[in-house]
Design a protein around this ligand. Structure first.
Ligand code: COA
Length: 178
């Protein structure tokens, strides 16, 4: 029996659960608790490198700003009706929509589950949800030029190259909504 979540989305193969303060706190400090609340196996190599150092900070942000649920991180559970439910990755937005309506997005999939279309599948529906939020007018994503899978996901989300990103050596992709 899967718990009720504040905000969740489904695709053919994925159950996408928006991070709340409470779930993020479990992710930061209680793997067994996280597995229990997500009703999913949490692989030993979770969290992905990009996320590991930020879980406490995300939990604090979402505890203080519950209105950012959905605009922040989502947990991606593989739930294809065949295998066990497994946490395979995460991704979503940076939480804060800036003055021009821009929301930064990012994502990561555990090694064993890469190249199977999961990032594209998850981020398509998550960005679909984001673009229906009234304040969001632009999606942005920053990456490095050598990270081809990351860039390919951006392209498949309809984002286009804008130019240099804010940090040295990074590039930015954008998609204007509406
Ligand atoms: C980027 C990342 C999330 C992609 O996840 P994924 O689930 O493997 O992506 P998908 O399966 O949806 O693939 C999307 C596209 O990238 C391509 N791709 C994925 N992995 C690839 C690889 N290792 N080499 C070349 N192309 C790759 C896929 O072929 C697909 O393109 P196509 O439809 O033209 O064939 C994953 O590689 C990852 O976690 N990387 C490390 C973290 C990172 O770089 N995050 C992005 C920061 S913004």
């Amino acid at each position: 029996m899967v718990a009720e979540f504040e905000l969740e989305l489904r695709t053919d193969r994925l159950h996408l659960i928006a991070a709340t303060g409470a779930i993020s706190r479990l992710a930061a400090s209680d793997r067994d608790g996280l597995a229990k609340v997500l009703n999913a196996c949490v692989p030993s190599d979770w969290p992905p490198e990009l996320l590991a150092d930020h879980l406490d900070e995300f939990a604090t942000t979402l505890e203080q700003k519950p209105d950012q649920v959905g605009l922040h991180m989502w947990f991606w559970i593989r739930d294809d009706g065949v295998g066990d439910r497994v946490l395979i990755g995460n991704g979503g937005g940076g939480g804060k929509v800036d003055d021009r309506g821009a929301l930064a997005i990012g994502y990561a999939v555990l090694d064993a589950f890469q190249k199977l279309g999961y990032a594209t599948e998850a981020m398509s529906v998550i960005t679909g949800w984001m673009q229906r939020q009234p304040d969001v007018r632009i999606l942005t994503a920053d990456t490095c030029p050598h990270l081809k899978p990351s860039i390919r996901v951006m392209e498949k989300l309809g984002m286009t190259y804008e130019g240099a990103g804010p940090e040295a050596g990074t590039i930015r992709y954008v998609r204007t909504i509406g």
